[in-house]
Structure formats: structure tokens, C-alpha cells
Write a protein that binds this ligand. Structure first.
Ligand SMILES: *Cc1c(COP(=O)(O)O)cnc(C)c1O
Length: 391
């Protein structure tokens, strides 16, 4: 048997739904020497990580840490720690990730009610309140930035509704954290999870989570142990807390990478970072619209970091994505579920949200559209994007 060649991954420009491009400083952090998971140096790294995560989540929550696993592990951590078999959960589903949350809760033995909206739409507080009154759940789950559809679901007014009806609120901020405003304390969110691979621009592998004191009380008062040994916060927090009790070996170098990604985020400043995401979204949008390409979600409900647009009539979705990748090294995402073949998902997340990427993408897309014999005015998208970038 011959030995495979050494790894030589192609250099891509990751403009899909995640993972996003990684800053060289984060890649360098991954290559730093591994130390033991109880090494005094690593314990300091963990303390600094917790402190930076609190700043990024905008929270004072003591129970704030990085779960070992991708965003989905963060989702599962929140759901299985807050729910016991037979507990009621109401999940708002308007895309793939709401659907995943409902499935995780069902597998945890919860009694799940789904409040559904078609792909691309969002929920109004009134319908959520009606459902809370009707179903009296212990927990409401909702996705802030639905990466499968590009829809932005505001959540700032929802916690009050939940609390008025005796429910906790869990929010999926996998794609929103680091790219748009997320205010855990000001919005009184009880449990929030994210991932490293979207707007934090760190490789996939860790899931930042945070629990309010009320959520911690629910976890502490459980009558049964969490069915997942690995994700049991009662044990995991003993490692992240002052006990430093061995639970599982932390993925040391991934934690280094997140440390550097959070440093980059805070160095830039949250507000400046959100503004950067917004500016490049608007530039891309102006460019796409100049080509006659429309957004899949309504005006005012579009995410800055994930641009879901309709594939123009007569254009072959897969052929364009293939050409973008082979000729330009640009990855974008296709549609999922009912949007398969109909939608492109163009990410401008974290490090990848740059003027250079917007302009390169539009120029490359124009070339692909020419191959498709799609009619447009050449150069129009670049001019439109540059106008926004200049303003
Ligand atoms: C990516 C994503 C997830 C899942 O994260 P993984 O890192 O793929 O496990 C969950 N929710 C949303 C909104 C996401 O965008």
C-alpha cells in the first residue's frame, strides 16, 4: 500500500454558509505548541476565553464557555441540559436549523411543538405569544440568523414574552455572533449557543455557549441526569470553573484558535465589525441587483452575513457554482430543502466580509453569467458595488 501524498488543500475563498475564511493569525495559533489540559498556561487561556466570550456575547453570565464540538454540539448542549424527558418545548421552524433544534429536543424525550413558517419568512411576536399561551412550554427555541434561508429573526422582544408565560428562551446565534448585534443580557436571553466557523472566522470545532442564572438554576434543579454524558454542563462547568475537575481533554489547539479569533474580534471592536458586515452586504446587494438578481427574503429581514438570492431564470445553479469554484476558487452555497436549485447562499462572514471579496465575487459571477448566456450590462455590478463602498 502506498502512502497518500501529504496534505495540500487548495486555497479557497470561502463565501458560502460556513466555514468562513480564517485569518492567518488564527491559523498560526492552531500551530502553537500543545500543552496539557491542566497546564497552568492552558488554565489561563481558558479564563481569558471565558472573559472574551462574555464580551462578545455581551453578558455577565458566569456559565459561559466553549463546548468541544461544532455549532450543533452547542445546540444539543442547550437543549439536553434545559429539558428533561416529558418537558414541553416550543420550537420556531422557518428553515433547516430550527428543524434541527426540534429534532434534538424530540430525541431528548421532550414533548415538542413546532411553530412553522415557510422558508425565508420570520416570526411575529404576536404569533409566538399566542403559541406560548396555548402550549405553556418550559423552553422556547428560535434561530436568530437562519443560515439556510438568509432570514434575520429579531429576538430582542421575545424574552419578555417567554418570561411572562413562565418559559425560558434559547437562541441559536451560530451565524449572528460576531457579525451583527447579539445582546444576551440586555435582551434577557436564557441560553445562547454559537459556533466558531461562521462570523468568528475560526475553524469549525468549538461552540460558545452561555446560560443565564435562571437557566443555571433549572439545570441545577434537574430531577434526572442529562442523558448526554459528554455535554452535561454540571460536569463540564467543573472543569471550566475553579475545581478544574477532569471531564474530557479539551481540544487544546482549537481553544488557542478561538482565543486568537476573539482577540481579533475585540481588537476590531464589535460595533465596527457589525458595520463592516453591513457595508459589504449593501455593496454586494447593490451589485447583484444591478445584474437583476433578487434577494430571497423580504427587505429589512435580510442577514448581512448570508445573502440568499434567487438563481435567475434560465441560469444553471450548479454550473455557476462549479465554475466559481474551479476558475476562481470561490465557494458559495446552494439552496437547501425547498430552495434546492433555486437559491444561492453567498456568505460574507467574519474575515471574508471584505471589499476585495465583494468585488472579486461580482466580477467572477459576471463571467459565469456570460457563460450562461444570461443578459446583463457588463461591469454594472462592479460599478454599483463601488458606489456603495465609496459612500
Ligand atoms: C452552521 C449552523 C449550525 C450548525 O453548526 P455546525 O458547526 O455545522 O455544527 C446551527 N445553526 C445555525 C444557524 C448554523 O448556521
Amino acid at each position: 500500500m502506498s502512502l497518500p501524498s501529504p496534505l495540500a488543500p487548495p486555497r479557497r475563498i470561502l463565501m458560502g454558509p460556513g466555514p468562513s475564511d480564517i485569518h492567518p493569525r488564527v491559523l498560526a495559533a492552531l500551530a502553537a505548541p500543545t500543552v496539557g489540559h491542566l497546564d497552568p498556561y492552558f488554565l489561563q487561556v481558558m479564563d481569558e476565553l471565558q472573559s472574551m466570550l462574555r464580551q462578545v456575547f455581551r453578558t455577565q453570565n458566569k456559565l459561559t464557555l466553549a463546548v468541544s464540538g461544532t455549532g450543533s454540539a452547542g445546540m444539543e448542549t442547550v437543549v439536553v441540559n434545559l429539558l428533561e424527558p416529558g418537558d414541553r418545548m416550543l420550537v420556531c421552524v422557518n428553515g433547516v436549523f430550527g428543524g434541527r433544534m426540534a429534532e434534538v429536543a424530540r430525541r431528548a424525550g421532550a414533548e415538542v411543538t413546532v411553530l412553522e413558517r415557510p422558508f425565508g419568512e420570520i416570526f411575529e411576536p404576536e404569533e409566538i405569544e399566542t403559541a406560548l399561551r396555548q402550549h405553556r412550554p418550559k423552553l422556547l427555541g428560535i434561530v436568530n440568523a437562519e443560515t439556510s434561508t438568509g432570514a434575520w429573526q429579531p429576538v430582542e422582544d421575545l424574552a419578555r414574552l417567554c418570561h411572562n408565560h413562565g418559559a425560558l428562551i434559547a437562541v441559536d446565534c451560530v451565524t449572528s455572533l460576531g457579525g451583527m448585534t447579539v445582546e444576551v443580557d440586555a435582551w434577557e436571553l436564557d441560553a445562547v449557543y454559537s459556533g466558531t466557523q461562521k462570523c468568528l472566522s475560526c475553524p469549525p470545532g468549538l461552540a460558545p455557549v452561555t446560560f443565564s442564572p435562571e437557566a443555571v438554576a433549572v439545570i441545577e434543579q434537574r430531577s434526572r441526569k442529562v442523558q448526554s454524558w459528554y455535554l452535561d454542563m454540571q460536569m463540564v462547568k467543573d472543569y471550566w470553573g475553579s475545581n478544574r475537575a477532569y471531564h474530557h481533554t479539551a481540544p487544546i489547539n482549537m481553544n488557542y484558535a478561538l482565543h486568537e479569533a476573539l482577540r481579533l474580534t475585540l481588537e476590531e471592536g464589535l460595533e465596527a465589525r457589525f458595520e463592516r458586515h453591513r457595508r459589504h452586504h449593501l455593496a454586494l446587494k447593490a451589485g447583484l441587483e444591478a445584474l437583476g438578481i433578487a434577494y430571497a427574503c423580504r427587505e429589512g429581514q435580510q442577514l448581512p452575513m448570508l445573502n440568499a438570492v434567487l438563481v435567475p431564470a434560465g441560469v444553471d445553479d450548479a454550473a455557476v457554482r462549479k465554475q466559481l469554484l474551479s476558475e476562481f476558487g470561490i465557494e458559495i452555497g446552494g439552496g437547501l430543502g425547498p430552495w434546492k436549485g433555486k437559491v444561492w447562499r453567498i456568505g460574507l462572514m467574519g474575515y471574508a466580509s471584505s471589499a476585495a471579496n465583494v468585488l472579486l465575487f461580482l466580477a467572477a459571477l459576471e463571467k459565469c453569467l456570460q457563460s450562461q448566456r444570461y443578459k446583463f450590462s457588463p461591469g454594472a455590478s462592479i460599478a454599483a458595488a463601488n458606489q456603495v463602498l465609496a459612500g
